[in-house]
Design a protein around this ligand. Structure first.
Ligand SMILES: Cc1cc2nc3c(=O)[nH]c(=O)nc-3n(C[C@H](O)[C@H](O)[C@H](O)COP(=O)(O)OP(=O)(O)OC[C@H]3O[C@@H](n4cnc5c(N)ncnc54)[C@H](O)[C@@H]3O)c2cc1C
Length: 416
C-alpha cells in the first residue's frame, strides 16, 4: 500500500523495507539464525539471494545495504511479467480465491479490524509485550525449585520453576529495575492510549509502589521455599515455553529495558545468576494472530484452506523467520492453485520447527517466536558445548531437508 498509504515506521515506497536493523542476523551455521538462512538458501529463497547481493561487512552476520536490498526486491518483482503489483490498502479479507495475508506488525487499522472480526475475539493482538525466555539448562537449581502454586506436599513436582527472594533481594532487584535504561518509545507508540493499559511492562508496574510487584506477578502466595520451608517474600515464576521443556519464560516480565540491561537486572534474581537469554523482552506495536488457534503448519488458516498467513502477522519474529514464512506461504499458495498438496517442512529443520512452534504452542498467551535451537527436537547424542550442539543440529537439519527435497516432485524456483 506504500507509499500512497504509509505505516508509522516505514519511510519509503520499496517492498522489503527493513524498518530497524539492517542485519538479518548471524550467518554462522552453528547458530540458529544461520541454520535458518542455510535452509532458505537451499530452498532457493529470492530474498536471501538478493540480500547476499547487497551484503555489507558485519562479521559473521548477514547485514545488507537496506536501500539497495529493498530497491532490488522491488525491481525484481516489478519486472516479473506474471506479477501485478497493486499499491493499494486492502481493507477487507478477499472472500474469493487464494489469498496470503502478510501485512506485518503494522497492519493498517482497517485490515486489522477486518481480521479481528473474521478471527473472533481474543485472536488478534495489537500491542506486543514480550517477556524474556531463558534456557532452563542454565538455571541454578540449588536455589530455584519446581512447584505449582497451592500444590499439596504429596503432589508431583510442579509445572513452574520458582526463584524465591527474601526482602533484601527483592528491594535490591526493584531498585535496579527502576534505574535500568529503557528503550525510548517511538512517537507513534508513546501517543497510543492503549499501550500501557493492554500490557504493562514490569518496570512500569514497579513504579507504582515498592511492593507493587510483590503483590502482583511476584506474589509468593501458595509457594514454600523447600530450603527454608517458609513462604518467600517474593517469587519469580518461570513457565515452560516449548514442548521439549528447555525454554522457560519469565511470567509477567514483559519489558522495555535495553537488552544488556535485561541481562544485568534479571540476573540479580536468585537462581538466574548465569541464565542464558534465548529471547529478550520487547515492546512495540505488533499485530499478530493467535497462530496456534488459527493456523495449520502449512500456514493455511484452519477455517479456510485458500487463506494463508505469513510474516510477523503469523507470529514469526525476525527478518529471516519472516522470509521463511513468506517462502512457505507463497509456495503453498501456488501448490493449492495447482491442485497439489501443501508442504509441511521437516520438524528437525529450523524452518519446520518454527512453523510447528507457532501452530502448536499453547494458545494461551501466545507470543511471536524467532529461530532458536530450543525449538528443535533433542539430539540423539548428548553433546557438551553450545558450538558442538549447534553444529550437530545443523548437520541433522540440512540432511533431513535434503532428503525431503529429494522426495518432492520439484522445488519451486524464484522468478528470473
Ligand atoms: C518498529 C519496528 C522495528 C523492528 N525492528 C526489527 C529488527 O531490527 N530486526 C528484525 O528482525 N525485526 C524487526 N521488526 C520486526 C519486523 O517488522 C519483521 O521482522 C519483518 O519486517 C516483518 O516482515 P513482514 O513481511 O511480516 O512485515 P513488513 O515488512 O512490515 O511488511 C508488511 C507490508 O504490508 C504493508 N501493509 C500493511 N497493511 C496493509 C494493508 N492493509 N494493505 C496493503 N498493505 C499493507 C506494509 O506497508 C508493509 O509494507 C521490527 C518491527 C517494528 C514494528
Amino acid at each position: 500500500m506504500r507509499p500512497g498509504t504509509r505505516t508509522p515506521a516505514h519511510t519509503t515506497g520499496h517492498l522489503a523495507e527493513l524498518v530497524c536493523s539492517n542485519s538479518l542476523g548471524s550467518d554462522a551455521l552453528n547458530r540458529a539464525p544461520g541454520l535458518l538462512k542455510a535452509e532458505l538458501r537451499r530452498l532457493g529463497s529470492l530474498l536471501l539471494e538478493l540480500a547476499e547481493a547487497h551484503r555489507v561487512p558485519a562479521g559473521s552476520a548477514l547485514a545488507v545495504d537496506r536501500e539497495g536490498f529493498a530497491a532490488a526486491v522491488t525491481a525484481r518483482l516489478e519486472s516479473t511479467p506474471r506479477i501485478t503489483l497493486l499499491r493499494e490498502e486492502a481493507t477487507a479479507i478477499p472472500e474469493e480465491g487464494v489469498v496470503i495475508l502478510a501485512s506485518g506488525p503494522l497492519t493498517s487499522p482497517a485490515l486489522a479490524q477486518a481480521l479481528a472480526a473474521w478471527t473472533g475475539t481474543g485472536a488478534l493482538y495489537f500491542y506486543d509485550a514480550i517477556a524474556p525466555i531463558v534456557d532452563s539448562g542454565t538455571l541454578n537449581f540449588d536455589i530455584a525449585f519446581r512447584a505449582s502454586r497451592y500444590a499439596r506436599g504429596d503432589q508431583e513436582e510442579g509445572d513452574y520453576i520458582n526463584c524465591p527472594m527474601n526482602k533484601e533481594e527483592y528491594q535490591r532487584f526493584v531498585e535496579a529495575l527502576l534505574s535500568a535504561e529503557r528503550i525510548p518509545l517511538r512517537d507513534f507508540e508513546r501517543d497510543d492510549p492503549h499501550f500501557f493499559e493492554a500490557c504493562l511492562p514490569v518496570e512500569v508496574l514497579a513504579q507504582r509502589g515498592p511492593d507493587a510487584l510483590a503483590f502482583g506477578p511476584l506474589r509468593p502466595v501458595g509457594l514454600r521455599d523447600p530450603r527454608t520451608g517458609r513462604r518467600p517474600y517474593a517469587v519469580i515464576q518461570l513457565r515452560q515455553d516449548n514442548a521439549a521443556g528447555d525454554l522457560y519464560n519469565l511470567v509477567g516480565f514483559q519489558t522495555n529495558l535495553r537488552y544488556g540491561e535485561q541481562e544485568r537486572v534479571f540476573r540479580l534474581i536468585p537462581g538466574l545468576e548465569n541464565a542464558v537469554f534465548v529471547r529478550h523482552g520487547a515492546m512495540h506495536r505488533n499485530t499478530y494472530i493467535n497462530a496456534p488457534r488459527l493456523l495449520q503448519p502449512t500456514l493455511q488458516f484452519k477455517a479456510r484452506d485458500t487463506l494463508f498467513c505469513a510474516g510477523q502477522l503469523a507470529g514469526l519474529e525476525g527478518y529471516a523467520g519472516n522470509i521463511m514464512g513468506g517462502w512457505l506461504a507463497g509456495v503453498n499458495a501456488a501448490r493449492v492453485l495447482q491442485g497439489q498438496t501443501p508442504l509441511e517442512l521437516p520438524p528437525t529443520t529450523m524452518a519446520g520447527a518454527l512453523m510447528a512452534y507457532i501452530t502448536q504452542a499453547d494458545p494461551e498467551g501466545f507470543q511471536p517466536m524467532k529461530a532458536n535451537f530450543g525449538l528443535l527436537p533433542p539430539l540423539e547424542e548428548v553433546l557438551r558445548g553450545k558450538r558442538a550442539r549447534g553444529e550437530a543440529h545443523a548437520h541433522r537439519a540440512l540432511a533431513d531437508l535434503e532428503e525431503w527435497i529429494t522426495a518432492l516432485d520439484a522445488l519451486p524456483r524464484p522468478p528470473e
